[in-house]
Design a protein around this ligand. Structure first.
Ligand code: HEM
Length: 404
């Protein structure tokens, strides 16, 4: 039966370079559409706001591959065993895996803001030294800031941070799978060593807290302890989930402001708009094109379309955020807009654990950048910018700017 389903051909370049346009066409013509995705074969794409919100809370759209109908299987994109974490799990495991991380994460947020401000200020000083020239805002600001903050959170020693950054960048190379596998092994070995070091000498970082929770819960049935594999998976996932996403918010958010100079001027003139502006930038710039993949455990009807059991589904959060049925005039950036209700951080049980950290980082990043370089402008025309050819993330290859 399913072979008769007509697939929407995916024009890869249009999808990568203009996902908003690609999704808008689907939203209008086939809001729940079977699409051929590179690496996956057929996938279903859900594009309307109401369907996206409903799908994100539908337990029949599962993440734990052991529940795949007809027997467990692995994701096409996975070549490692680092996925014993919350984002690849379903209830009841999900809560067990999320709780200890949440507990270790939340109390560390307040202390991270002043550190993030210091890191941002240091990076802006370095950028100022290059003033007059064109600089890449990704290399100089959008990437180094989140990686430094993540390393602070996890307790990665300062001398190791450049290596972590290079590894995470190499991991995200879509066209070099062997490189990505090598880096995955190296990062796993590094994090295993770091966990052992924190066990020997705990600090006040998140990894130490997870190690202590694990050790004090050992032997208890209702403890907060993750197993060794789960702890490693959690550390790996936090780095992966917390890096590219925040990089994209800072870089694509900056691009959005640079292409809407009146909005940028408004934000500069009234920094109290920052929290609302960050929400609008999340809605508008969409660091992720869609939520991470899910599969149907049984036939599921979404928007009147039956998706058979055992099919992979992409829930296009970025499309929901541009759905005119939810956000009036959605393709216009308006830093004063009431953008709450956007689904850039997802919705339901997998709602982004790092959302408060990402919001704080973005507030600090834009709050420091805008007044520091009042004459900042794009150094190329927007059409010349290229977006990385990957499905999940929506991120620029580079962002050349003139600081004055
Ligand atoms: C602008 C930055 C960020 C965006 C747009 C973002 C977006 C998302 C989205 C959409 C999800 C849900 C995925 C799904 O349902 O398939 C998610 C989950 C998650 N995010 Fe983020 N994220 C960001 C930053 C961060 C940061 C900084 C961290 C931590 C350091 C983080 C940690 C996580 C974790 C642990 C999950 C899994 C939650 C669960 O499965 O219960 N994220 N994020």
């Amino acid at each position: 039966m399913t072979d008769a389903i007509q697939l929407v051909p995916l024009d890869e370049d249009a999808y990568y370079q203009d996902p908003a346009g690609f999704f808008a066409r689907l939203r209008e013509s086939r809001p729940v559409a079977p699409v051929r995705m590179p690496g996956y074969g057929r996938m279903w794409v859900v594009t309307r706001y109401a369907d996206v919100r409903a799908a994100l809370t539908d337990q029949r759209l599962a993440k734990d591959v052991h529940r795949y109908p007809g027997g467990g299987r692995s994701r096409p994109s996975e070549a490692d065993n680092l996925h014993a974490h919350m984002l690849h799990s379903d209830p009841p495991d999900h809560a067990r895996l999320r709780r200890p991380v949440q507990k270790a994460f939340t109390p560390r947020l307040a202390a991270l803001r002043p550190r993030t401000e210091e890191i941002a200020a240091g990076l802006l000083e370095e950028m100022a030294a290059a003033r007059g020239d064109v600089i890449d805002l990704l290399d100089t600001y959008a990437r180094p800031l989140p990686i430094a903050v993540l390393c602070e959170l996890l307790g990665v020693p300062v001398p190791d941070r450049e290596w972590i950054l290079a590894s995470v960048l190499a991991y995200g190379m879509p066209d070099r799978p062997e490189e990505s596998q090598r880096v995955t092994r190296e990062l796993a070995a590094y994090l295993t060593g770091l966990i052992a070091a924190r066990r020997a000498r705990p600090g006040d970082d998140l990894l130490s807290a997870l190690v202590l929770a694990r050790d004090s819960a050992a032997g208890e049935s209702a403890g907060d302890g993750l197993t060794g594999t789960e702890l490693l998976s959690a550390a790996f996932q936090l780095i992966m989930a917390g890096f590219d996403t925040t990089v994209n918010l800072i870089a694509s958010g900056s691009l959005a402001l640079l292409t809407y100079p009146a909005q940028m001027a408004r934000l500069r003139a009234d920094p109290s708009l920052l929290p609302a502006a960050v929400e609008e930038l999340l809605r508008f710039a969409n660091p992720l094109k869609h939520a991470t993949d899910r599969f149907t455990t049984e036939d599921v009807t979404i928007g009147g379309v039956v998706i058979p059991a055992g099919e992979w589904v992409l829930i296009a959060t970025s499309s929901a955020n541009r759905d005119p049925a939810r956000f009036p005039d959605p393709d216009r950036l308006d830093v004063g807009r009431a953008a709450s209700g956007h689904v850039a951080f997802g919705y339901g049980i997998h709602y982004c654990l790092g959302a408060p950290l990402a919001r704080m980082e973005a507030e600090v990043a834009f709050g420091a950048l805008l007044p520091r370089f009042p004459g900042m402008s794009l150094a190329v025309s927007p059409e010349d910018l290229r977006w990385r050819p990957v499905s999940l993330m929506h991120g620029l290859e580079s962002l050349p700017v003139r600081l004055a």
